[in-house]
Design a protein around this ligand. Structure first.
Ligand code: FAD
Ligand code: UDP
Length: 404
């Protein structure tokens, strides 16, 4: 008998499993349909012996001391500040756009103060910043928006920036100084021996069992367990009863080159050329010494593994319905990037998982408390109708959707 069945061995599932086992003394079974732990942060040594990230470059950064301290129990770190160059008008220039970006592109020698004035002179006024286009044109004007953001975003998301929430391009700041780091968080570091090793340490506990190559749906009916932690896509959990939530996928193309260095920095972005968005070279991230080097190209696509929730109003509306349903599904806790449909970085997922663990362990998340949550009448009616329509989708291990 397991106290918890954890679906997914990525950050969300592994952090909660670790806390439940080590702190709360619970017996936990983690199930993942992939053949490895670590979720999208999984890394491994390729045929040449170079440490690569199977699901694209993962750079750890956070402002949260709690998150950093928590993970530091399972890994030592290598300090690393990520730098990105964009190839624009045939030149390598820093992204985020900074003083050097503008001076190089336009052959200018502006000071920071002059750049502020320059931005103000080209910026387009916006009363409200609603979309990813608004964010950029209101800061750096249309021309730089076209050079750096429009093409990249259309490739990455298959949507124009005007169709995406402001939060997407707002991830990339604009600077008037010469700081060329991609992130400015307090803690920026890579697990010294890689992510997978860190996950192995996290999950190395007698109370934790791991079942790989297994979809939880194939085993949940004959594995006795108390409650579930679910970290897969939330719409799939409910058999897409309200329709599919859109996700963006990627295809990764890896290459190993017989040269020490392939490109001038960890990641090079190609906003306007090629079908791929960026190329990352792993040795910059990991600090590994090797006579060869391995790189990865990212080709965005609509179909395939769900990697990115797509932040736009209609998707938020659809997610709200799944969220309401999740809220009244007793005995199941939804955690992580796919289960809460949030464009979260690793540290945000860790923070979310720690928070959910706290709620579980202090008893706030017990069935009674969940079922008392007030839902508006419409949502209740919709759920009633959909629950009736959707065969066993909300019946998990003998539990049904609780009434509120
Ligand atoms: P996942 O890691 O997706 O884990 C979910 C797991 O659930 C998966 O292993 C999946 O196989 C399993 N699962 C799903 N359904 C089932 C099922 N039915 N049965 C069994 N198992 C199931 N974040 C950063 O902080 N820095 C970065 O540099 C960074 N770079 C990124 C680059 C790319 C290309 C991508 C796609 C993401 C990047 N991220 C980055 C985000 C980071 O990957 C996520 O925040 C984090 O991995 C999410 O963890 P998770 O546990 O929520 O989900
Ligand atoms: N972006 C862009 N040009 C760039 C870098 C980013 O247009 O050179 C936009 C694009 O829409 C991208 C978003 O900003 O999806 C967020 O970028 P980030 O590097 O954070 O994406 P991630 O690493 O999550 O794929």
């Amino acid at each position: 008998m397991f106290d918890y069945l954890v679906v997914g061995a990525g950050f969300a599932g592994s952090v909660i499993a670790e806390r439940l086992a080590r702190v709360a003394g619970k017996k936990v079974l983690i199930v993942d349909k992939r053949n490895h732990i670590g979720g999208n942060a999984y890394d491994h040594y390729d045929a040449a012996g170079i440490l690569v990230h199977k699901y694209g470059p993962h750079i750890f950064h956070t402002n949260s001391k709690d998150v950093f301290d928590y993970l530091s129990q399972f890994t030592a770190w290598r300090q690393y500040q990520h730098r990105v160059l964009g190839v624009v008008d045939g030149q390598f220039v820093p992204i985020p756009i900074n003083l050097d970006t503008v001076n190089t592109l336009y052959g200018l020698s502006l000071t920071s103060f002059q750049l502020e004035e320059w931005f103000a002179s080209v910026a387009e006024k916006r009363e409200v910043i609603r979309t990813s286009e608004d964010v950029v044109v209101s800061k750096v004007g249309r021309e730089l928006y076209e050079k750096f953001f429009r093409g990249y975003t259309r490739k990455q998301w298959g949507l124009d920036p005007s169709e995406l929430d402001a939060s997407v391009t707002a991830r990339v700041p604009t600077r008037t100084n010469r700081d060329d780091r991609y992130f400015t968080d307090t803690y920026q570091a890579m697990p010294l021996h890689g992510y997978t090793r860190m996950f192995e340490k996290m999950l190395d506990h007698p109370n934790i069992s791991i079942l790989l190559n297994t979809d939880y749906r194939d085993v949940e009916s004959f594995i006795p367990y108390g409650e579930m932690i679910y970290t897969g896509p939330v719409d799939t959990f409910f058999d897409n009863c309200y329709g599919k939530l859109p996700y963006r996928s990627l295809e990764f193309k890896f290459e190993t080159h017989d040269t020490k260095v392939f490109q001038p920095t960890g990641t090079v972005n190609y906003p306007n050329d090629y079908a791929y968005t960026r190329i990352s070279e792993f040795k910059y991230l990991t600090g590994q010494e090797h006579s060869k080097t391995s790189i990865v190209y990212e080709y965005p696509q609509a179909e395939g593994d769900p990697y990115y929730p797509v932040p736009r109003p209609e998707n938020a509306e659809l997610y709200k319905k799944y969220h309401a349903l999740a809220d009244v599904t007793a005995g199941v806790h939804f955690v992580g990037r796919l289960a809460t449909y949030k464009y979260y970085n690793m540290d945000q997922v860790v923070a979310q998982a720690l928070k959910v663990f706290k709620r579980i362990s202090t008893g706030d998340e017990v069935q009674g408390a969940k079922s008392k949550r007030t839902l508006d009448l419409n949502t209740k009616l919709e759920i009633a109708v959909d629950t009736a329509k959707t065969k066993s989708s909300t019946v998990r291990n003998g539990r049904g959707t609780s009434s509120s």
